[in-house]
Design a protein around this ligand. Sequence first.
Ligand code: AMP
Length: 427
Amino acid sequence: MSSADRIKAPRGTFDVLGEQSAARAVLEERARAILEGAGYERIETPAFEATELFARGVGDSTDIVRKEMYTFADASGRSLTLRPEGTAPVCRAYVEHGMHKLRQPVRLWYLSSFFRHERAQAGRYRQFWQVGAEALGSEDPAVDAESICLLAALLDELNVAPVRLRLSSLGSLAARNEYREQLQAHLRAHAEGLSAEVRERIELNPLRAFDSEHPGTRAVMERAPRLLDFLDAEDAEHFAEVRARLDGAGVAYEIDPTLVRGLDYYTRTVFEFTSEQLGAQSGVGGGGRYDGLVEQLGGAPTPGIGWAAGIERILLAGSAPHPAPVPVDLFVAYELAHEGDSPARRHAPAGAFALLTEARAAGLTAQMELAGRSLKGQLGYANALEARYVAILGAGETVLKDMLGGGQQTVAADAVVHAVLRGLRSL
Ligand code: AMP
C-alpha cells in the first residue's frame, strides 16, 4: 500500500502536546484562582461572530480589521469572522444578555483561542490563545488599577520576568480627535522623512506612526505633539488617580506617551506589559479602557476596561510550575495466553477490562495494558506510570503487587478492588 502525502497543520498554527498541555493547565488554574478570587466570572463566546462586530468594534482603520481577519461567507451568504480578539465579543454578550441589569461592574474573564492572519514567527501565530479580563459598568480609577494589578499578579505568579509596564492615557474621543488633527498636520509637514507605509496612513490611522521602527519616522515622531498634553481636566484627573492607586499598590510602571494600542476602541487608560525575554515580539499582554465601545455596539453608554495576555508568550517568558500528575491507583496487567502471537494479536482478556471498569466505578484511577506487551514490559510500563498497585491476571488467580511497599498477595478476582481500596486507606 503506498502512503499518501502527509498533511501538515497550517502555517502559524501548532499542536499543544504533553508538557505544553500540562503547563497550560497550570496557567489556566492560576488565572482562575486570581480572577475568580477578585470577582470575575468565566465567559465563553463563539469562535466566530458577525464580521460587523469587529468592523464596528475594533475599527475599520486598524491593521486587524484591514489585513488580519479570517473572514468568510457561510452557506447562507452571511459574512462571519473568526474572532481576532476578545473585548468586542464580551461587549456584544453584555448587551445581548442585558447584563446592565446585573450588579455593576460586571467582571468577566476568558481563556480562548483567537485568529489573526499575521506573519508567522516565534511568538506570533495565526491561531493563538489569550487569557483576558473585562470589567464593565464602572469608570472608577480603582477598576483600572485593579485590572492592571491582576495582570501583574498573574505574570508574577507564572514567573514571567523581567517585565516592564508601560502606561498612558488616550483621553476622551473628543480630545483624541483634536489631537489626531494636530498629529496629522505634523506628519504632513514632515512627510518626506516618513516611511511610505506611515505616509499612506496619515489620514486613516496616524497614531500608528508611533509604532514604526523606521529611523526617519522615529525622528519625526520624537518632535510630534503628545496626546497626554491634550487630555481635558477630567481625563487628566482620572489618569492621576489611576497612577496614585498603582503607586499605593507598589506596582512599578513607566509613563509612555507614545503607547498607542492597535485597536480603535481605547479611551483614557492604556497599558502594556513587555518582557525582555521575548525579543522582537516582546508584548506579553496589554489593554485599556473602552468607554465608548458598548454604546458603539448598540448598548447604553457603559464604561469598560480590560486586558488580554498571550498564553504562548507567557509560557515562553515564564515558567509555569509543573502540575502534579494524576496518580494511577491500579494498573491491570495480565499473563499472555499465547506468548508466540505477534503483539498486535495479543488482545487483553475480558477479565482485565472487567476489572478496569470495576475499579473506576469504585472511584479508583485505573489503567490497563492495551498494546500486547510481554509481562515484563507491562510491569515496566506500570512502573513508568508510577502506578500504586498492579493486578496481574493469571490463568486461575490474580496477583496484586504493591509497587510502593514492595509486597504482593494472591487475591480472588472479585476482591482486587476491595484490597486496593483498603491498601490506599491504610496509607
Ligand atoms: P492585542 O490583542 O493585540 O493587544 O494582544 C494582546 C496579547 O496577545 C499580546 O501582548 C500578545 O501576548 C498576544 N498576541 C497578540 N497577537 C498574537 C499572535 N499573533 N500570536 C501570539 N500571541 C499574540
